[in-house]
Design a protein. Sequence first.
Lengths: 116, 138
Amino acid sequence: MTTSRIVVGAHYGLRDWLAQRISAVVLVVYTLLLLGTVVLLPELNYGTWAGLFASVWMKVATLLAVLALVYHAWVGVRDIFMDYIKPTGVRLFLQVATVVALVGYACWAVIILWRV
Amino acid sequence: MAELAEKKTRPQFRNIAVPQILSYRLPPAGVVSILHRISGALLFLFGIPFFLYLFQQSITSEISFESYRAVVGSVLGRLVMLVLIWAYVHHFLAGIRYLLLDRHVGIDKAGSRTSAHVVLGASLVLTALVALKLFGAF
């Protein structure tokens, strides 16, 4: 099996498969949590919305969800590239672009949360 | 020999071309599967940047909150949101179906067919409800 390993392939094991499912469950929980807390707000305006994200627990939960989302998106997008993009160079370029975009999104999310 | 001749004439769908894809009749589970992929790609390409931008505008200040309301209030903004919300709801429900299938829940033919129909229908119904809400029906 070692000889068939390629740099733009999967990570050859259970890890990404499992990470895809664990991150999915984290996102399901966060989605329901966010919907639930928003529904329970007495009124939806800037004050209550920003107040929700001012608490430490909501910041931590949101950051965890963002990290889960980034890993989840990485595995999913990589799977799409592995199915449709065959030339190694093109696939590597697209994968690097995806990682750069996703890490950038994670940084952006941290900056947004930092301001609240 | 008759059997061999019959086998040779069977249609083969390896590396199917685009016209064949369009006329290919997928079972409901196959429709859920390809839509799971398409919705995931949409969410990565447009959903993450769009919703991060909306989140930033909605939360940074009262002034930016007004620009968030302007985007969400525009027809184009609502249509983009609707497509992305459908993608999220479909991906969400299909994902739960896959998690259940991993747990060997509903892996028989009839059960998997039913759950595929439920995912396709429920994601459209929920998106329609969001559409009614967005366009002020209730």
